[in-house]
Design a protein around this ligand. Structure first.
Ligand code: HEM
Length: 517
């Protein structure tokens, strides 16, 4: 063995010396490499043409930048629709340094996300994985993903969310209280997006960690999380002074704090004095108590999982991350659409006033789960907002092998982007797609044409929580406030990181002094 090692070392030395001493040898090796690569590409091309396959039509734009600038500077609707008109429902492009295939038909999206999902894995830039935590469920497939997905989904099912209505309502009320008392007619200016971010973040923290049980640690966790978040969209340069470096340092401290919290909770569970729940929906409780699971995998083999502390931490951070900017952006759009459509706002207000009167008649009680089921019109406003704003225009997958796809080939390693926005804005499925019309949801949308929460194995496990928190917020907000845009009626979109109304929708609020005013 030792002899072999010596031999290897001397062999490398030989190559090293001979290469460095002979540039022509270097050239020859590089040419050989090029011949092999070109040969392999030609062979692959020949194999595809023999099978009558070709790459989808489309333009790859400029070298390296591709069409990235066009995508992020144009209205996303026109970027997708011009290409779709020119090339059809499956077309190639090049964005963020990667060759991509974009797909805009419901059937093709279903193939990628549902029926052939094993051929298309989720894919994220490595820096984002480092910030959120590589064990978070977004980045995985297979058994590990299924176990985690079930735990996360179970903690956000209606039955788990029901007891959390009072806690969510009290988060709403404490957000609204600085915006004016009922006997004051002065107005206050807020930036809707920023306030909705605060609200959705409080809900996310509560749902992930439970309310009172994490009280001692929560301020520290919030502070560290905000530092971490600032690095998410920064350049991934990890040296002192950069936003990314500060975020990674905050992440390390956040991990330590969460691990301490996990230890404490484990001890209280072992003492059996704690039955879990935390006021409903606390994900951490679920991961600790049911993170040790025996389960049957697809091959009907029994497997046993016990989640490690790191796996729990990464998933807590991951869920907080997934839960708040998404919901905050959608809520900001709801406020914008209601402002722009007074008759729709009137109908929402009538529905919410009826519930408020009921609450007052029943001893001025708080909102209950059952009340949120008496809000069909407001629910349709949220559904239409999710369609119209389509804050996740698309998602990313990566072909794990060369995939034959509707007569084309998608080469291994290429990104595949199902275009939710194009499907939601197709006149074929949604007549007059640019019109904000909640009544279209009086009937169920056609299968696979409505995917604001994705589809298939990686679809959103938090959709019920998102809808519940929006309904609770809208009940108190619409019955208490009127709002006007500050600085004129400017339309436009900005990205933060999701598309939101320009400037984050600054509004001036005045208390409603009487009902239906
Ligand atoms: C209106 C707000 C929301 C929208 C529009 C939304 C949308 C989505 C979409 C489209 C996906 C699928 C992404 C893909 O297929 O690549 C997704 C995944 C996910 N969402 Fe949401 N989401 C929202 C709120 C939430 C909330 C409140 C939570 C947490 C409670 C949450 C947790 C997650 C998680 C953990 C995943 C990853 C699931 C997996 O990979 O299996 N989301 N979301």
């Amino acid at each position: 063995m030792q002899e072999e090692e010596v031999l290897c070392v001397s062999k490398y030395k030989y190559y090293y010396y001979s290469c460095s001493s002979s540039p022509s040898m270097m050239m020859m090796m590089m040419m050989l490499l090029m011949v092999v690569v070109v040969g392999w590409l030609m062979l692959r091309q020949w194999w595809w043409s023999w099978r009558r396959l070709r790459l989808p039509p489309g333009s790859m734009g400029w070298p390296y930048i591709g069409e990235t600038l066009k995508l992020y500077t144009q209205n996303p609707n026109s970027f997708f629709s011009t290409r779709q008109k020119r090339y059809g429902e499956v077309f190639k492009t090049h964005i963020l340094g990667c060759p991509c295939v974009m797909i805009s038909s419901p059937e093709a999206a279903r193939i990628v996300l549902v029926t052939q999902s094993q051929l298309f894995k989720p894919t994220y830039p490595p820096s984002k994985e480092r910030i959120i935590g590589p064990e978070a469920l977004f980045f995985h497939g297979g058994d590990y993903h299924s176990v985690l997905k079930k735990l996360v989904r179970d903690s956000f099912l209606p039955v788990a969310l029901k007891p959390s209505v009072p806690a969510l309502e009290s988060i709403v009320l404490s957000l609204l209280s600085p915006w004016g008392s009922s006997d004051s007619d002065s107005s206050v200016v807020i930036n809707a997006l920023q306030e909705m971010k605060k609200f959705a973040f409080e809900v996310a923290i509560h749902s992930a960690l439970g309310g009172e049980k994490a009280a001692a640690e929560i301020q520290g966790i919030k502070h560290l999380y905000h530092q971490l978040e600032k690095g998410y969209n920064s350049m991934p340069l990890d040296f002192p002074g950069t936003a990314f470096h500060t975020a990674m340092k905050a992440r390390k401290k956040l991990t330590e704090t969460l691990k301490r919290l996990i230890k404490k909770r484990r001890e209280s569970i072992n003492d059996s004095t704690d039955e879990g729940g935390g006021g409903g929906g606390a994900l951490l409780e679920m991961l600790l108590q049911r993170g040790k699971t025996n389960y049957q995998n697809n091959n009907n083999k029994k497997k046993y999982y016990e989640l490690s502390e790191t796996q729990i931490v990464d998933n807590i951070i991951g869920v907080i991350f997934a839960a708040h900017d998404t919901t905050a952006s959608v809520l900001t759009w709801v406020l914008k659409y209601l402002h722009d459509h007074p008759s729709i706002l009137g109908a929402v207000l009538r529905e919410q006033e009826e519930i408020r009167e009921l609450r007052i008649d029943e001893g001025n009680r708080g909102l209950m789960w059952e009340d949120t089921k008496r809000m069909p019109f407001t629910t349709r406003v949220i559904q239409e907002t999710l369609r119209s704003a389509s804050i996740l225009s698309f998602t990313f997958r990566e072909a794990v092998e060369d995939v034959e796809f509707q007569g084309y080939v998608i080469p291994k390693g290429w990104k595949v982007l199902p275009l939710f926005r194009s499907i939601h804005h197709s006149p074929q499925f949604y007549p007059q797609p640019h019109k904000f019309d909640p009544s279209r949801f009086e009937v169920q949308p056609k299968a696979n044409t409505y995917m604001p929460f994705g589809n298939g194995v990686h679809s959103c496990p938090g959709n019920e929580l998102a809808k519940l928190e929006m309904l609770i917020f809208l009940h108190h907000f619409t019955t208490n406030f009127r709002w006007e845009v500050v600085g004129g009626e400017e339309d436009g979109i900005q990205y933060g990181p999701f598309p939101v109304p320009k400037g984050g929708f600054p509004i001036s609020l005045t208390r409603r002094s009487s009902k239906m005013e």
